[in-house]
Write a protein that binds this ligand. Structure first.
Ligand SMILES: Cc1cc2nc3c(=O)[nH]c(=O)nc-3n(C[C@H](O)[C@H](O)[C@H](O)COP(=O)(O)O)c2cc1C
Length: 174
């Protein structure tokens, strides 16, 4: 039997290319953001998403307390925002948040999900939160920021980006 060490597992998982999100919440008027790629769509009916948060992350107790979070999917060119909220704070960083349903979200993100926590699953050194999506905002013509093998990248564009039109925020009634 061969043992899989943590570094090997991390490297293997790093071969699964993903987008990049900033998870946010607000407690007592104070905003907190964290970079995350452990995000997935869980169910369309009801509309559920999942995120996975490390036990050492400051974000974990905050989401437990507030029971709410937002996911802002980053667009191409937002690497600085991703590093800033991944434990490498930039001292000259300008606030990038705007308000959505009383949660901070990243201005100009590709997609925004505002969710209420419905379930919390302890999974090893992480906690998975399932969120019921209450509001959505998408700018589908923007290009995504990607993460692969520990580096940020972009998709190879076939053609120039079309006119940048964003859909208005929508309530999810379910
Ligand atoms: C691309 C990328 C993706 C990440 N994804 C996650 C994730 O899904 N879950 C997680 O707990 N940490 C993730 N991290 C690490 C956190 O962003 C990092 O530990 C952060 O400093 C935690 O912030 P906090 O302690 O202020 O809440 C990721 C980091 C990067 C650069």
């Amino acid at each position: 039997m061969s043992m899989v060490d943590a570094r090997e597992l991390r490297n293997a998982c790093g071969l699964f290319g993903t987008g990049v999100n900033i998870i946010t919440t607000r407690r007592n008027g104070i905003d907190h953001g964290m970079t995350a790629n452990a995000f997935m769509s869980v169910s369309l009916d009801p509309p559920l998403i999942a995120i996975s948060i490390a036990e050492k992350a400051k974000m974990l107790p905050l989401i437990r307390e507030t029971g709410r979070f937002a996911v802002s999917t980053l667009a191409h060119g937002m690497e600085k925002i991703a590093w800033h909220f991944a434990g490498k704070p930039d001292p000259g960083f300008q606030d990038v948040f705007r308000d959505e349903r009383d949660l901070p979200v990243v201005e100009d993100a590709l997609a925004i999900f505002v969710a209420d926590v419905t379930d919390e699953i302890l999974a090893g050194d992480h906690t998975i939160f399932i969120g019921h999506v209450r509001a959505l905002n998408i700018c589908p013509d923007r290009e995504p920021l990607l993460f692969f093998k520990g580096k940020f990248g972009a998709i190879a564009s076939q053609e120039p980006a079309p006119v940048d039109l964003c859909d208005p925020i929508r309530e999810i009634i379910w």
